[in-house]
Design a protein around this ligand. Structure first.
Ligand SMILES: *[C@@H]1O[C@H](CO)[C@@H](O)[C@H](O)[C@H]1NC(C)=O
Ligand SMILES: *[C@@H]1O[C@H](CO)[C@@H](O)[C@H](O)[C@H]1NC(C)=O
Ligand SMILES: *[C@@H]1O[C@H](CO)[C@@H](O)[C@H](O)[C@H]1NC(C)=O
Ligand SMILES: *[C@@H]1O[C@H](CO)[C@@H](O)[C@H](O)[C@H]1NC(C)=O
Ligand SMILES: *[C@@H]1O[C@H](CO)[C@@H](O)[C@H](O)[C@H]1NC(C)=O
Ligand SMILES: *[C@@H]1O[C@H](CO)[C@@H](O)[C@H](O)[C@H]1NC(C)=O
Ligand SMILES: *[C@@H]1O[C@H](CO)[C@@H](O)[C@H](O)[C@H]1NC(C)=O
Ligand SMILES: *[C@@H]1O[C@H](CO)[C@@H](O)[C@H](O)[C@H]1NC(C)=O
Ligand SMILES: *[C@@H]1O[C@H](CO)[C@@H](O)[C@H](O)[C@H]1NC(C)=O
Ligand SMILES: *[C@@H]1O[C@H](CO)[C@@H](O)[C@H](O)[C@H]1NC(C)=O
Ligand SMILES: *[C@@H]1O[C@H](CO)[C@@H](O)[C@H](O)[C@H]1NC(C)=O
Ligand SMILES: *[C@@H]1O[C@H](CO)[C@@H](O)[C@H](O)[C@H]1NC(C)=O
Ligand SMILES: [Cu+2]
Length: 404
């Protein structure tokens, strides 16, 4: 780790000719008590005391340094989700793949090199299930003197998360040991608030105050671990204009479906009757595995004079298992591919690679009790090969160690 830090600092000096600005952020990871549902003082690992964590805001092409100080009880790293880190994989974050975890009570400077990305991305811890609470937005604005390929008046960031009743490291460790299903989340939250469909939310919910006639850009980030979600706002259509840090051909729809890890930029025009309208995330369940079928609600609230105590209108969203509505949304998404924002996907395919992702079953070890299907253990694989984290980083081993 020491040698590696030295390398990162040297790189700073050599690479300062890169385009764009150089920005610095400090992230302190610590166990912090937060109030959620009926619990008022449970400690979870978060960054800078915030859930969701602090926003990184940059322009296209900027270079960002984040000094991550880990005061938590075990090692973690932070991953810059969707940043391609072209020719700079060294601090991309996946634990034991591109780097070792940052040990307790130490700091590490992670470098994020933005290139073509523009729109909304996010960062999250990349160690076990610590990303459940260690995550936050990355907002990448167009460079000076260039414009968004659409118009809006104001923007808001919406982070959807899954909240667990127990420590997420314990949950995943127990599931890996027993081979069974991990605990389900007990709530979904919008910007840290479960909203008024949960009994312990004290009636509070995330709300956006809107002015009639204005258009809002919603930067939606799905930081949840497991469930895909439908999203809609009562009586307002959505225009999806971006996804995963790239622009899309505008798609006008009544609801969207977003998967864990995905981001979507969406325009909404406040052109309905003054009032309060629910915005709802509702899970889309496409497996037989158990899932949390709660929803989370925020409020899209017009500024003005009307009866504010009336119950907000609910959007009509597809049912939990509606695969055809989910697929119907997804197949309509198209890259913007305009002159200013060309799609640079290679068109000449010279080799096909097939990767089969599956959740298999492994026999239970002789003297153990397993809680997977028929007493077996769940075991995920790519092309029938599973992955166990090594004790050193694969990338560093490849470049810096002779054997291993
Ligand atoms: C872009 O504009 C802002 C505000 O005018 C300025 O602070 C910044 O330095 C500019 N960035 C670049 C890369 O020119
Ligand atoms: C909250 O939890 C912290 C440790 O996590 C403890 O030090 C503190 O006394 C607790 N406060 C209350 C009011 O229970
Ligand atoms: C990162 O933060 C730690 C803790 O505040 C500090 O000791 C260290 O000097 C910082 N490193 C850099 C490169 O700024
Ligand atoms: C980290 O620092 C804290 C406060 O100084 C100390 O109590 C704790 O034992 C340290 N943990 C490790 C693993 O070094
Ligand atoms: C939403 O779009 C649908 C299909 O284009 C249309 O039928 C409906 O009237 C629109 N609703 C609103 C509130 O604009
Ligand atoms: C509201 O705005 C949307 C998006 O611009 C548009 O499709 C819809 O027709 C508008 N509805 C009304 C009632 O003006
Ligand atoms: C909904 O959330 C509650 C906790 O608020 C949890 O106990 C319950 O299991 C969840 N329901 C479902 C269907 O997952
Ligand atoms: C709402 O309207 C009031 C009165 O016109 C104004 O003072 C306030 O700034 C408005 N709020 C927003 C978020 O536009
Ligand atoms: C997708 O939506 C369109 C328009 O509403 C509809 O005609 C079509 O049948 C839908 N397709 C599926 C697979 O549901
Ligand atoms: C596609 O790539 C192959 C291999 O590089 C090359 O031989 C072929 O000419 C290319 N085809 C086109 C249409 O560019
Ligand atoms: C790759 O797969 C596609 C779809 O099956 C096929 O059309 C194409 O010819 C294949 N290309 C190569 C280079 O094997
Ligand atoms: C399982 O059995 C083997 C051989 O009898 C023994 O060496 C091992 O300690 C046992 N493991 C556990 C977890 O009991
Ligand atoms: Cu990720």
């Amino acid at each position: 780790m020491g040698t590696f830090l030295g390398f990162a600092v040297t790189a700073t000096l050599l690479f300062c000719m890169a385009q764009g600005e150089v920005l610095f952020y400090d992230f302190v990871v610590n166990e912090t008590p937060i109030e959620m549902l009926c619990e008022t003082n449970r400690s979870v690992l978060i960054v800078n005391g915030l859930f969701p964590g602090p926003e990184i805001r940059a322009h296209k092409g900027d270079t960002i340094y984040v000094n991550v100080t880990n005061l938590g009880p075990y090692g973690i790293t932070i991953h810059w989700h969707g940043v391609r880190q072209i020719r700079y994989p060294w601090s991309d974050g996946p634990e034991y793949v591109t780097q070792c975890p940052i040990p307790t009570n130490s700091s590490f400077l992670q470098k994020i090199k933005l290139t073509e990305e523009e729109g909304t991305l996010w960062w999250h811890a990349h160690s076990d299930w610590s990303r459940a609470t260690i995550h936050g937005p990355i907002i990448i604005l167009p460079v000076n003197n260039t414009n968004y390929p659409y118009k809006f008046d104001e923007q808001h960031t919406i982070v959807i998360s899954e909240w667990y009743a127990r420590d997420t490291k314990d949950i995943i460790n127990e599931a890996l040991a027993s081979g069974g299903d991990p605990d389900l989340s007990v709530a979904y939250t919008i910007n840290g608030q479960p909203g008024d469909s949960y009994s312990c939310s004290n009636g509070s919910a995330y709300n956006i105050m809107v002015v009639q006639g204005k258009t809002y850009l919603l930067r939606i980030i799905h930081s949840g671990l497991n469930e895909e979600m439908f999203f809609g706002i009562a009586e307002h259509n959505l225009t999806v204009v971006g996804m995963d840090g790239a622009y899309l051909k505008p798609l006008n729809i009544e609801y969207l479906m977003i998967t864990p890890g995905q981001t979507m930029d969406v325009l909404v025009t406040a052109n309905q009757t003054l009032g309060r309208y629910y915005m709802v995330f509702s899970p889309f369940v496409d497996t037989n595995a158990p899932s949390n079928e709660n929803v989370t609600r925020g409020i899209f609230q017009y500024n003005g004079t009307y009866n504010h105590s009336e119950t907000p209108v609910l959007p009509e969203l597809p049912g939990f298992t509606n695969k055809s509505d989910a697929g119907n949304f997804t197949i309509q998404l198209r890259s913007l591919n305009s002159e200013e924002h060309p799609s640079t996907v290679p068109a000449n395919i010279t080799r096909n690679i097939t990767i089969t992702v599956s959740v298999n079953q492994q026999p239970c070890p002789a003297n153990q009790t397993c809680t997977g299907p028929d007493g077996s253990m769940h075991s995920a694989s790519l092309n029938n090969i599973s992955f166990s984290a090594p004790s050193i980083s694969i990338l560093q081993a490849y470049y810096k160690v002779d054997s291993g």
